[in-house]
Every structure is written in C-alpha cells, then in structure tokens.
Design a binder for this molecule. Structure first.
Ligand SMILES: CC(C)(COP(=O)(O)OP(=O)(O)OC[C@H]1O[C@@H](n2cnc3c(N)ncnc32)[C@H](O)[C@@H]1OP(=O)(O)O)[C@@H](O)C(=O)NCCC(=O)NCCS
Length: 173
C-alpha cells in the first residue's frame, strides 16, 4: 500500500482476521490500563463499516495498527462522521513516523468522505495528543473517568471535514 520510508521499509496494508493474534499482543501491552480489546472486539470492528490498517516491517512483523469507523451514511441528516477507534505502534518502532503514516491514511479516507473525524484520548497521553494536534485535531470536550479500570479522563477531539477546512481557509484569506 505505502512505505513510510525506504530506510524503515514499513508498509501499510488493510488488517485482516489473520492479523488479530499479533494485534492482540500489542493491544495487551499498550492498553493494559484502558481495558484492552478482545479478539472478538477486533472481529466486530473488521466486520463493521470501518477501515483498519496494519504497519508491517521488512521482516513481515506487524509493528502498528489503526482503525477508523464510518458513522452514518451520505445523505443522512447529520451527514457522515468518522471516528479514530484506535492507533498503536510497538514501542521499539516509535518516533519513526509510523503513527503519522497510519493516521494520515485514516484521515485520507475521512477526506474522501468529506467527513469530520472524532476521537478520544487520555488527557495524560502526551505523545498521542501531540500527534493529533499536529494533524489538525482540536480539543472539544472532556469525558470524565472515560478510561476504565484506571479512571482517567479523556479529551474529545475533532478534525473538521475537508470542505469545512477549505471554507475556513477561504475566510481567512
Ligand atoms: C501515539 C503513537 C501511536 C505515536 O506513534 P509514533 O509512530 O511514535 O508516532 P510518530 O513517529 O509518527 O510521531 C509523530 C509525532 O507525534 C509526537 N510524538 C510521538 N511520540 C511522542 C513522545 N513520546 N513525546 C512527545 N511527542 C511525541 C511528535 O510530535 C511526533 O513528531 P516528531 O517525532 O517529529 O517530534 C505511539 O506513541 C503509541 O502507540 N502509543 C501507545 C498507544 C496510544 O497511546 N495510542 C493512542 C490512543 S488515543
């Protein structure tokens, strides 16, 4: 699908059911405090209106994954919205642009649909907050004790739909 860089040789491709076992290992390592997803949760996501990707390194190992859900349909009163459901990069593969590459691919899909993107992020998750802010997300609210069992708050963030961003740019000249 796409390589982050020749040097890192990481490729993005759609997640399949066969990837779930490896993703579960990362999920349990990275989201132990927030209630890691089960295999069934991944299967339900993959069978819904979603776009899930994995990042695969040159040895074929999955070093990251991310997913976007599409909520509603074109023509619905409120229009289509999307939500970043998850994004994760193995600790050993971080700060090499893989998180950015995964997020960029999800955002391209949202832009194809001209849909806003929403997400929740732990208020103390600086790496993720930075990543989202650098990619056009703004904080729009707080959800108290959103993450269980740890009981930490979440920021809700939004990135405007492509047409709304274009209108804002026109207005500011
Ligand atoms: C958040 C996460 C996906 C970022 O993945 P990554 O591959 O390291 O991200 P990138 O290399 O593309 O970094 C992009 C930018 O994010 C920010 N960022 C990433 N890690 C950071 C850190 N540890 N501290 C501060 N900023 C950080 C930086 O602005 C960075 O750009 P820079 O390297 O040019 O400074 C990764 O840290 C992760 O998997 N965390 C655990 C799971 C998680 O919290 N997911 C988000 C749930 S809402």
């Amino acid at each position: 699908m796409s390589a982050v860089s020749a040097e890192n040789a990481v490729t993005l491709r759609p997640m399949t059911g066969q990837d779930i076992d490896r993703c579960l290992v990362l999920e349990r390592e990275l989201f132990a405090e927030e209630g890691p997803w089960s295999a069934q949760a991944f299967r339900t996501e993959l069978s819904s209106d979603t776009h899930y990707l994995v990042a695969v390194d040159s040895s074929g190992e999955i070093v990251g994954y991310a997913g976007l859900a599409v909520l509603g349909r074109q023509g619905d009163a409120g229009g289509v919205e999307t939500e970043v459901r998850t994004i994760a990069v193995a600790p050993r593969a971080r700060r090499r642009g893989i998180g950015t590459a995964l997020l960029t691919a999800l955002l391209s899909k949202a832009d194809e649909l001209d849909a806003p993107v929403f997400l929740e992020v732990r208020v103390d998750n600086q790496p993720a907050l930075r990543l989202y802010e650098r990619n056009g997300f703004q904080q729009i609210g707080v959800r108290k004790r959103y993450y269980r069992p740890v009981g930490v708050d979440a920021y809700t963030m939004r990135r405007e739909a492509r047409s709304a961003r274009a209108r804002a740019e026109e207005a500011t000249g």
